[in-house]
Design a protein around this ligand. Sequence first.
Ligand SMILES: [Zn+2]
Length: 88
Amino acid sequence: MQQVDSAVTADLATEPHPLALALAAMPEVWRSLLIDHERDSYGRCAACRTSGTPGVPWPCTLRVAAEDARDLSDRAVSQSRSGVCEAS
Ligand SMILES: [Zn+2]
């Protein structure tokens, strides 16, 4: 009674960010985002802070998307290890 075909997306608690889906295919990009978009001592994103603005509360959108991309990537790796390949 399990819908295996739709389990990949239905299993997620929340819908992944469209940006995260795109980033998941680009590990170099989300890895550098995770490195750059760190929390500074004021609780704001160090990378999104630009001159003239106080900064963006951390985690910023890019940080969240990068973390989601990392999760999606980990999920894809574990699925391919278990022999399940949903990728088209
Ligand atoms: Zn940021």
